[in-house]
Design a protein. Structure first.
Ligand SMILES: [Zn+2]
Length: 192
């Protein structure tokens, strides 16, 4: 990928000697993913002549020749968009961290002030997933109805959500227990 191009008037071609025909291109090579540049790993300066079409990298030149052309090189280091893919990747990671932190905070708040009617999605002890409904709130405990259906993945919960196949027996869990479940990441969501 070309990132800079400079056409100095003063210099002549190292090959054919033509004046005003030299173009110096800064070229960056990088890793990319689906045409999205992740990061650059190699930068080279290419001296091209539009008269004789010869092309030579600054690194390939002998010392005096390199010295001659080096001062015309535009000192553009790779620009930020050469890291575009990496940048997007980092942003996605940071955003997913923020989002999971916010979800966790919301669950803590809702469990601390648990109210009648709340529905809780959770992971069971046998690593299945289900939902329960809060039907009674006492000082230290909550009365809940467990859903009789379990799903084998988090995403299966949406299927049982509307089945309303709650058990008829109210059982009591302590509020502490619910918060403990949240600490061990077994509560997936709390909502109405
Ligand atoms: Zn030339």
């Amino acid at each position: 990928m070309k990132f800079s191009s400079n056409r100095p008037n003063e210099i002549d071609c190292y090959h054919c000697g033509a004046k005003n025909q030299i173009i110096i291109n800064g070229i960056v090579k990088g890793i990319s993913l689906f045409f999205l540049p992740l990061f650059p790993y190699k930068i080279r300066q290419e001296v091209n002549c539009t008269n004789c079409n010869s092309s030579l990298c600054l690194d390939e030149m002998d010392k005096p020749l390199r010295k001659k052309y080096k001062k015309y090189v535009t000192k553009h280091i790779p620009q930020f968009w050469h890291f575009g893919g990496l940048l997007i990747f980092v942003i996605i990671i940071i955003m997913s961290f923020i989002s999971s932190y916010q979800t966790s905070k919301k669950i803590t708040e809702r469990l601390t002030k648990i109210e009648k009617g709340r529905v809780i999605e959770y992971e069971t002890n046998s690593k299945m997933f289900s939902i329960l409904k809060v039907v009674n709130v006492q000082k230290d405990s909550v009365g809940i109805l467990l859903n009789k259906v379990e799903a084998d993945s988090k995403y299966g919960i949406s299927k049982i959500k509307y089945a309303e196949s709650y058990s008829n027996d109210t059982i009591y869990w302590s509020k502490k227990e619910l918060l403990e479940m949240h600490r061990s990441k077994k509560i997936i969501d709390v909502y109405w």
